[in-house]
Write a protein that binds this ligand. Structure first.
Ligand SMILES: Cc1cc2nc3c(=O)[nH]c(=O)nc-3n(C[C@H](O)[C@H](O)[C@H](O)COP(=O)(O)OP(=O)(O)OC[C@H]3O[C@@H](n4cnc5c(N)ncnc54)[C@H](O)[C@@H]3O)c2cc1C
Ligand SMILES: NC(=O)c1ccc[n+]([C@@H]2O[C@H](COP(=O)([O-])OP(=O)(O)OC[C@H]3O[C@@H](n4cnc5c(N)ncnc54)[C@H](O)[C@@H]3O)[C@@H](O)[C@H]2O)c1
Length: 480
């Protein structure tokens, strides 16, 4: 079968099919659930669990110290799950039906792999060719190769949100973003959570203040086991793993005995890998980077031996290491334009990519970490300044009786431009947005802090004061 356009992947790839393709022959290939990761097993269901779990956590933990008699009385997990997927599943099914019934679109529900730069073969052996191909096949959760990993009590984020009951004892393996969100939400609902990490801190890729603050908060909310690796998992209740619990053994990095303990559920969250191997992109001769992503140029054209392959585009988790939905969506908008207007190419913009972790506490970051800013200063000779503002030092922070949350900002002194921002605390994902804007548009931070009103006594005063706290005066007679 020959097409004008084939899109592989129905996550952000689904949005490539703009009215520009009306009347053309288009195929969309989806081997899994229509709508991709974010809708079905990623951003959306996780946040639909995180929000009620946060309410539970606040009722149990935040109310009483403020003098309010709140308490958490338990969660009706199955009801919550059914509400979440009762909303999501029809959206996925509706999206699928819309494409399946569109006259100019062929929906191919099979796994495909490349046999040449513009030739694909499906699992059942159909050969597909196209004038243009958009690769939006995303990434997949990784599993460690340890005995027992196939037991039904072992989950990744793909399956864990569909379970029937809140487990009593949860082991979360990994120290990244997925682990942070699930450890928080399970603990918020009252499960006994143990988190197992190889290193000695969580979210280690982030700015030091984020990693330190979150590691400290995690220790207070659940049990954190550091310096250990998963060694094996076995059914603890019956030889076939059909029993309720599993016996987990860990190996200590420093030697010596690890844990040997029963858990009702193990969630493995040790990273996601671009889906390039399953697509056999090597057969097409496409370039891949160290993490396995497809290499693309600024117009999202796939590279082969360093050169763009005409008419082959890639976007989202398969083509960048951010692994974020807003990045996949941005790249999809770029590809949608470029594939339809090859003589008027637009470049993708990856300048100020923010990320939020919807854990307790919430985290949001944008731009350089302190370490990256120090390297930037050493390389360029510019003076870099940073300031950490406690939430507790602002009026709303007093209202919240907050004693742990912080906003750290990093800037260039001479140019008064923001380099990075890192927030750990309530509403971090929203508080970061004015700083994302300042970074994206290169706003002069004096203008940023003094050229606009900041609502008093809103929590945004944390951001205002963080920027005011930076020593941006280039001379002593040049204060903010
Ligand atoms: C638990 C979790 C929570 C997340 N939360 C957030 C969040 O809060 N905010 C955020 O910004 N990001 C979040 N993300 C990341 C976000 O989900 C991804 O960055 C985004 O979904 C990537 O979109 P994509 O279109 O590149 O890929 P996907 O949406 O994964 O789509 C790729 C599709 O391609 C299909 N496919 C793959 N290979 C083949 C093949 N060979 N043949 C046919 N079809 C194939 C797959 O079945 C899949 O449906 C989260 C991820 C996870 C796992
Ligand atoms: N709120 C959000 O935006 C959000 C939420 C969830 C997921 N995501 C995206 O999904 C992606 C995947 O998340 P993730 O948490 O799985 O990956 P991650 O890269 O954030 O973290 C992986 C963790 O697993 C550890 N690890 C790696 N191999 C291991 C092994 N063999 N044994 C034990 N630990 C090991 C790493 O040291 C790291 O701590 C992220 O890159 C993120 O961008 C985003």
């Amino acid at each position: 079968m020959h097409f004008d356009l084939i899109v592989i992947g129905s996550g952000s790839g689904n949005s490539i099919l703009t009215p520009d393709w009306q009347g053309k022959k288009v195929a969309i290939v989806e081997a899994g659930v229509f709508g991709g990761t974010c809708l079905n097993m990623g951003c959306i269901p996780t946040k639909m669990y995180v929000y009620p779990s946060l309410l539970a956590w606040q009722a149990g933990v935040e109310g009483p110290p403020l003098g309010v008699r709140t308490r958490f009385d338990g969660v009706q997990w199955a009801q919550l799950r059914d509400r979440i997927f009762g909303r999501i599943d029809p959206i996925s099914a509706g999206g699928r039906d819309y494409r399946a019934n569109a006259e100019h679109v062929t929906l191919i529900e099979e796994r495909v792999r490349f046999t040449g730069p513009k030739t694909l073969v499906t699992d059942r052996g159909s050969v597909l060719t196209a004038e243009q191909i958009v690769i939006a096949a995303g990434s997949a959760a990784q599993l460690p190769q340890v005995p027992g990993i196939e037991l039904p009590q072992v989950h990744t984020s793909d399956t864990v949100m569909r379970i029937d009951d809140l487990p009593e004892r949860v082991l979360v393996v990994g120290g990244g973003v997925v682990a942070a969100e699930f450890a928080s939400l399970f603990a918020g609902f009252g499960a006994a959570v143990t988190q197992l990490v190889r290193g000695n801190a969580l979210l280690r890729a982030k700015d030091r203040i984020v990693s330190e603050k979150f590691t400290e908060a995690a220790r207070q909310q659940w049990r954190l086991e550091t310096g250990q690796e998963l060694h094996s998992i076995a059914a603890s209740n019956g030889p076939d793993g059909a029993g309720r619990a599993v016996r987990v053994r860990t190996a200590r990095q420093t030697g010596g005995p690890g844990l040997e303990e029963d858990f009702d559920l193990v969630l493995v969250a040790i990273g996601r890998k671009a889906a390039t191997a399953g697509l056999d992109v090597a057969a097409a001769g496409f370039d891949t980077g160290p993490s396995g992503i497809l290499l693309v140029d600024e117009f999202q054209r796939v590279l082969s031996a360093g050169q763009p392959v005409p008419g082959v585009w890639a976007l989202g988790d398969i083509a960048n290491d951010y692994q974020l939905k807003h990045v996949a969506n941005h790249e999809a908008r770029i590809v949608a334009h470029n594939a339809a207007h090859p003589d008027d190419l637009r470049a993708a913009n990856h300048r100020a990519v923010p990320e939020a972790v919807f854990s307790y506490p919430q985290i949001a970051t944008v731009g350089m970490t302190g370490t990256e800013a120090a390297a930037h200063a050493a390389e360029s000779g510019v003076e870099v300044v940073e300031y950490v503002q406690d939430f507790g030092g602002t009026a709303y922070g007093w209202a919240m009786e907050d004693r742990t949350s912080v906003a750290k900002v990093i800037a260039e002194r001479g140019s008064r431009r923001l380099l990075g921002a890192h927030i750990v605390g309530p509403e971090a994902s929203m508080l970061i947005q004015p700083l994302v804007q300042a970074l994206a548009f290169g706003t002069d931070l004096r203008e940023f802090s003094r050229g606009q009103y900041w609502i008093h006594p809103a929590l945004t005063e944390v951001v205002e004061n963080a920027v005011l706290g930076l020593d941006l005066a280039s001379r002593s007679d040049d204060p903010l």
